[in-house]
Design a protein around this ligand. Structure first.
Ligand code: NAP
Length: 300
């Protein structure tokens, strides 16, 4: 299959691109910068899409850049790199002569309202609790492909991911050094849910989604099965055990609030208990269903 990967140069995109190629697909990356094997978002808007059967969009400005202040401009970049970029892709899909079989959009479980007790599946309501949930709502709405007369419909799958655990990016490498120095500990109370997925499982799920024949529109939660009970404290304990280091120094909630502000601190201080209910119903099997198996592999 010929597959376009928006944001294919990033942490998730690099792993996804490798996996797609290893499964025999031809990948073209959509990026802000031109290069070999790439087209730019400007190309997509001005020239349309190259011939392809599927597109997977994993682009988005990093929300948690530690050295950048959360200004109005940064916030707009975070929104625009998701909502406007996704809209430009769906517009190009609706204009393309041969319709794509499928479009897959990677968003986040931040769609569901933060809660320590409520359990969420793909059918649960959300999208208006806070900055993050409204962002996911608008981002997913931008993926709705305008229907064109007489053309077969493109399947739209929205994949809502938890924290992606991998070696080459995302949250885990940043957490490792304090833990290795015995300075690790839970964030805030540690009681907040910790929905997560191993990067290999996430990329396998994204691949399966475009490879399954005759699929229909869907929302899939990309979280490990154990995410329904995992908390920040259980993650801290599992990481501490895997590294053989104590982790007793909590990161105070006030420090996180001061550093990240009202829009972003819920990403670390709150969370959602999420189940991959429909994901499992598609027949998907997780290679890393719990924290111990995932961390054992990632810290090998
Ligand atoms: N990592 C996680 O734990 C996690 C969890 C849930 C959801 N997600 C979502 O999954 C997506 C991928 O995450 P990631 O960790 O792989 O992110 P990443 O490493 O920061 O990469 C994302 C890619 O998006 C493109 N991008 C960045 N800023 C952009 C901007 N202002 N305008 C247009 N494109 C921009 C970049 O590609 P170019 O430089 O080539 O343009 C970049 O390589 C994001 O949307 C993220 O919100 C991630």
């Amino acid at each position: 299959m010929r597959v376009l990967v928006g944001g294919g140069s990033g942490f998730v995109g690099r792993s996804l691109t490798r996996l797609l190629r290893s499964r025999g697909h031809q990948v073209t990356i959509i990026s802000r910068r031109p290069g070999q094997g790439r087209i730019t978002w400007e190309d997509v808007s001005s020239k349309g899409l190259p011939p392809c059967e599927a597109a997977i969009n994993v682009a988005g400005e990093n929300i948690l850049k530690p050295l950048r202040r959360w200004t109005e401009q940064y916030k707009q970049e975070v929104i625009s790199s998701r909502v406007d970029i996704t809209r430009s892709l769906t517009l190009a899909i609706s204009r393309s002569r041969t319709p794509l079989r499928s479009l897959v959009l990677l968003t986040g479980v931040g769609y569901y309202p933060p809660s320590r007790t409520q359990q969420y599946s793909e059918d649960s309501p959300g999208g208006d609790a806070d900055f993050l949930s409204r962002l996911v709502r608008d981002w997913e709405a931008a993926a709705q492909i305008p229907l064109a007369d007489g053309k077969p419909k493109t399947q739209l799958v929205k994949v809502r991911s938890g924290v992606v655990l991998g070696r080459d990016g995302g949250a885990l490498p940043a957490m490792l050094w304090p833990f290795r120095l015995c300075l690790g500990g839970p964030v805030g109370s540690g009681e907040q849910p910790f929905p997560w997925i191993h990067i290999e499982d996430l990329c396998r799920l994204l691949c399966q989604t475009i490879e399954q024949e005759g699929g229909s529109d869907a929302i899939l939660n990309a979280v490990s099965p154990s995410s329904i009970t995992d908390t920040n404290a259980s993650f801290t304990q599992a990481l501490s055990q895997a590294l053989g280091r104590p982790a007793f120094l909590p990161v105070p909630a006030l420090a996180i609030q001061a550093l990240l502000g009202q829009d972003r601190s819920p990403m670390l201080l709150e969370g959602q208990r999420v189940a991959p209910q429909r994901t499992l119903q598609t027949g998907f099997t997780f290679l890393y269903p719990d924290l111990n198996s995932a961390l054992a592999e990632l810290l090998r």
